[in-house]
Design a binder for this molecule. Structure first.
Ligand code: ATP
Ligand code: MG
Length: 368
């Protein structure tokens, strides 16, 4: 997967911009507030996702203008294709000049992974972000998982509502078994799929982290099903569901007291360790950044292995806090993917061996 050409019109602070990236590393450097992240954001939008900055569509249109246009020529599935997004009040999308119902149809056609400083929450914050990371990745490679997650959310909501209702209508207690059963059946399937994906991710992430740290640190990932510590790697979905059913039953008094379901995949976590210790609790800034990077890059490899084409990698501001050898790894050892890296300091890419360098100034891009 690669972008061969990108044309922007009135996108954020860029009035009109054209870029011809190379198929390996593309560096975009410049002072603060010049438009580097804006450019990555435009590339990211071509994957059909929402802005990684959480921006509304209208925020993407250059101040004082009525519309913005993002056009690309990209290579995917053995041929060159084109995509176009136009925002003028509403958002319209075209793929190979054919009007689409929505940009979501770009998903799975043009794929990308993005790392921005806001993603550091993946290691620094609570487990919800890590569950979301796993779920989003699994959705990209197994589309039916999207439905499983939303159905689980519905079951969970209904069970929690019932737990609260029972306090003033005890006769409803009889119906709780049905919801325990549904929650355990689907919950077991979700845990099984997350464990399987974590196993794949762990292999790739450990390999990448070894490269980043020059084999000096050992990185590991493990899926932690909350309250279900007995689960072993080779367990089937049925075995997991039956343990979840049993534990949910045993936890019923607590659930009734709190009005919430205490056990299930909505409580699980992905544990990330370096040299056997939690990165969240003990990792340095550089280690935390390297860990998120390893996770994101591993995600790109896992998606690439399954879809047969590696996503484009967007790295926003990753260079600060990384030492020279870690930066060198990013610049020269991520072969096989098209990469866009933004940074402020020119000295950060003095060791770049190939690739293309662009300077961003006030929304204008110049190739060096
Ligand atoms: P840093 O190094 O600080 O991360 P950057 O080069 O990544 O900087 P961007 O985040 O890309 O900078 O944003 C650059 C500028 O874009 C900001 O000054 C911001 O005011 C401007 N900007 C954002 N949205 C719009 C918009 N809709 N119209 C015009 N300008 C905008
Ligand atoms: Mg930026």
């Amino acid at each position: 997967m690669r972008i061969d050409r990108l044309d922007l019109e009135n996108f954020r602070n860029m009035e009109s911009l054209s870029v011809l990236p190379c198929e390996s590393v593309n560096i975009i450097y410049g002072d603060n507030a010049q438009g580097k992240t804006n450019l990555l954001e435009a590339v990211w939008l071509l994957s059909g996702a929402k802005s990684f900055r959480g921006a509304k569509d209208a925020d993407l249109v250059r101040f004082g203008e009525s519309h913005t246009l993002i056009e690309s020529v990209f290579f995917c599935g053995g041929r060159q294709q084109t995509s176009k997004i136009r925002i003028e009040g509403k958002k319209s999308a075209w793929l190979n000049d054919i009007r689409q119902d929505s940009v979501t149809s770009f998903a799975g056609i043009f794929t990308a992974v993005v790392f921005s400083p806001s993603h550091l929450g993946l290691v620094k914050d609570g487990p919800a972000g890590r569950r979301k990371f796993l779920d989003t990745s699994i959705c990209q490679i197994t589309p039916r998982y999207i439905g499983m997650i939303s159905q689980y959310q519905r079951i969970l909501l209904q069970r929690n509502t019932l737990l609260k209702d029972i306090s003033y209508a005890p006769s409803l207690m009889d119906t709780l078994d049905i919801w325990d059963e549904k929650l355990s059946a689907l919950g077991g399937a979700i845990i099984r799929m997350r464990m399987e994906y974590t196993r794949r991710l762990q292999k790739q992430a450990a390999d990448i982290y070894n490269g980043i740290s020059m084999d000096r640190e050992s990185f590991a990932l493990s899926y932690r099903p909350f309250g279900l510590e007995e689960i072993q790697e080779g367990w089937t979905q049925k075995e997991i569901s039956s343990l979840l059913r049993e534990k949910t039953g045993r936890n019923r008094a607590d659930d009734l007291r709190s009005g919430a379901s205490g056990i299930g995949p909505h409580r699980d976590d992905l544990e990330i360790t370096i040299n056997g210790r939690s990165v969240r609790a003990f990792g340095s800034q550089g280690q935390q950044r390297s860990s998120v990077l390893a996770l994101k890059l591993a995600e790109s490899r896992c998606i690439g292995d399954i879809l047969g084409e590696r996503p484009v990698i967007l790295l926003d501001d990753v260079m600060s806090e990384l030492d020279q050898s870690r930066r060198e790894y990013l610049l020269n050892h991520l072969t096989g993917s098209q990469i866009f890296i933004t940074c402020c300091d020119k000295s950060y890419f003095s060791r770049l061996e190939g690739g293309r360098v662009f300077r961003m100034e006030n929304g204008r891009l110049e190739q060096e």
